[in-house]
Ligand binder design. Structure first.
Ligand code: B12
Ligand code: SF4
Length: 524
């Protein structure tokens, strides 16, 4: 097999941007898998150029124009950019491959624009793709390993791809690591509820941390584990074996139920600086926050006490909420979240509007069966700019009124000042301010208000939300055009639309996958 010129693009932005938050943070959102694929492609003897696209670089200039093969990793919010890039590289003769969350959630759609669409990906699947390396058009092939990989290249092997990405981050520089895949819990809204929990090699983790401690003074590691801390003891031992306590800083997503006081003491000793637990709702998912059957204000008090306790040990806490879940009715859930913010002034609340990402979770079938899923272009599916599930207990105007009220409360100057005062260390204090005044706080508020205004004044817009038409309102088309910038001219025809019921139709058709050796080829 001849040496291939391979381009790998990790899309952490959906188009060009100059936003302050993007400048500070986007390079820290880099994914692990594109780097791992880079390592695997080089192991097969090929030349690799990897670009983490943060929205600030000129993407086309950064990649050699004579690549044979281009891997693109994308979230759904960057799918239209990924489709445009695929179109551009195909026009230059390259073979294109999509992987990442979008490929897992919307493979039926992605096949229209890529030669290969990969689900679970391991080294042997990459080897097969490289050996096949053929055009598959008009419909690409959909391939997946049988399960999540049992091993992934660690930081030492990925360093040549990590280092240039870190250079793009001006202040805070986060190194992505992972120690486990899947989750033992089964929250039906989550992509990992059906993926068995498995850990990677803890000895490797210790070696990687030792390496990092040599490469940088006080490195900062962001764990990408879906639920960090399930094998708490093993992690702590791996970290403690690597470097003196506190010489490496860590950030992790962990369920509240795993964050008990004795554990927090150990986390603090071991350099943990931030955790992002999910609360999700005051009426649902009690098992995640260990609040059991407690609901409403009782749950608010309990979670608030818990989070305030966490903040005595760790400097930064973000609690994640989902707005618009079926268990929520009326003003109360929103008012309770406001109470939570008042009772927990130091916390940064992260809000997601209920979103059903295609095949991501079993619960999405329920929304599709109830005909409640809307086909907003992927570009808006980032948990905020479009809620693609019609709320069960709210009209759209009601819902947006509540979301606006909560966002105003959360990013009022009073709340921003309270957050600033309640946080003790410099980075958390100022990161919270930047998040509040940039695209995440003020930016979203402005956007929600525009959506709300149009629900009253723009008939075409309202009809779309009410599912009276599937004709996309101008508002969304114009935004895509503006936000894709020069790549818009490469957006394939029809890519603004997708079938939001593809998952349900696929399940109903029940086309059995064909087994070929170690891999699974579906519907090709
Ligand atoms: C860690 C994580 C993050 C981290 C790191 C993000 C990153 N760039 O990797 C942070 C906190 C930054 C983050 C942010 C966001 N996230 Co997030 N995140 C996760 C989480 C918890 C784990 C993902 C992970 O790394 N798993 C470990 C890897 C190894 O496994 P995997 O993801 O299953 O990937 C496998 C395959 O997909 C494939 N693969 C993965 N990437 C690639 C790339 C290529 C080229 C190929 C060929 C294959 C391939 O190989 C892997 C091994 O089999 C998932 C939920 C979950 N439990 O999976 C959500 C999830 C991926 N996030 C999600 C979302 C929506 C977001 C945000 C938009 C939220 C927001 N509003 O800010 C942002 C977008 C950030 C961005 N643009 O980069 C959604 C994505 C849905 C979708 N279809 O787009 C998920 C699925 C959660 C959900 N809501 O269901 N996230
Ligand atoms: S605990 Fe978190 S990662 Fe695990 S299934 Fe529930 S939401 Fe998903």
């Amino acid at each position: 097999m001849h040496k291939l010129r391979i381009g790998i693009i990790d899309l952490v932005a959906r188009g060009p941007t100059r936003a302050l938050y993007a400048r500070v943070m986007n390079a820290n959102l880099a994914s692990i898998m594109p780097q791992a694929i880079g390592v695997w492609c080089e192991a097969e003897g090929h030349d690799v150029v990897l670009v983490c696209y943060t929205g600030l670089e000129n993407l086309v200039e950064e990649l050699p124009d004579n690549v044979d093969l281009v891997f693109i990793g994308a979230f759904s919010e960057a799918a239209l950019l990924a489709y445009s890039l695929s179109n551009l590289f195909r026009s230059r003769g390259a073979i294109t491959i999509l992987g990442g969350p979008h490929a897992r959630c919307y493979p039926e759609d992605a096949r229209k624009y890529f030669d290969y669409v990969l689900g679970f990906t391991d080294q042997s699947l990459i080897r097969e793709v490289l050996q096949d390396c053929a055009r598959h058009r008009p419909l690409g092939v959909q391939l997946a390993a049988r399960r999540q990989p049992v091993t992934l290249p660690g930081v030492r092997e990925r360093w040549k791809f990590i280092a240039p990405t870190l250079e793009k981050a001006p202040v805070l520089k986060l190194i992505p690591m992972i120690g486990s895949l899947g989750c033992p819990y089964t929250c039906s809204f989550c992509i990992d509820s059906v993926v068995p929990y498995q850990t990677l090699d803890f000895g490797e983790i210790t070696e990687d941390l030792r390496f990092l401690a040599k490469m940088q003074s006080r490195p900062r590691v962001a764990w990408h584990d879906p639920n960090f801390g399930v094998r708490f003891e093993d992690y702590m031992e791996a970290i403690e074996a690597a470097a003196p306590p506190g010489s490496i800083d860590f950030i992790a997503e962990s369920s509240l139920s795993l964050l008990s006081e004795p554990r927090l003491k150990r986390l603090r000793r071991n350099g943990f600086r931030a955790v992002l637990p999910g609360v999700e709702s005051w009426y649902e998912m009690g098992n995640k926050s260990k609040t059991g059957t407690r609901k409403g204000m009782d749950k608010v008090r309990e979670v608030s006490e818990h989070v305030n306790m966490i903040m005595r040990y760790l400097p930064y806490v973000q609690t994640n909420f989902v707005l618009g879940l079926d268990g929520d009715v009326g003003q109360e859930p929103f008012e309770l979240t406001k109470r939570f913010i008042n009772l927990t002034p130091g916390v940064f609340p992260g809000y997601s509007l209920l979103s059903a990402f295609g095949r991501a979770a079993p619960l999405n079938l329920h929304y599709q069966r109830a005909n409640r899923v809307l086909g907003f272009p992927f570009h808006f599916l980032d948990n905020n700019r479009a809620m693609n599930v019609k709320p069960k207990n709210y009209s759209w105007p009601d819902f947006y009124d509540q979301v606006i009220g909560l966002t105003e409360h959360t990013f009022s100057w009073r709340a921003i000042t309270n957050r600033l005062r309640s946080n003790r260390t410099a980075i958390p204090k100022w990161l919270n301010v930047v998040r509040a005044v940039s695209s995440e706080g003020f930016g979203r508020l402005k956007y929600y208000k525009e959506v709300r205004r149009r629900l009253d004044t723009d008939l075409q817009f309202r009809h779309y939300f009410e599912q009276d038409t599937t004709q996309l309102p101008r508002f969304f088309v114009d935004r895509v055009r503006r936000e894709l910038g020069p790549m818009y001219e490469w957006l394939p025809t029809g890519a603004l639309y997708h079938d939001p019921y593809a998952y349900l139709k696929g399940e109903e058709a029940l086309a059995p996958p064909v087994d070929i050796g170690a891999r699974r080829i579906e519907g090709n």
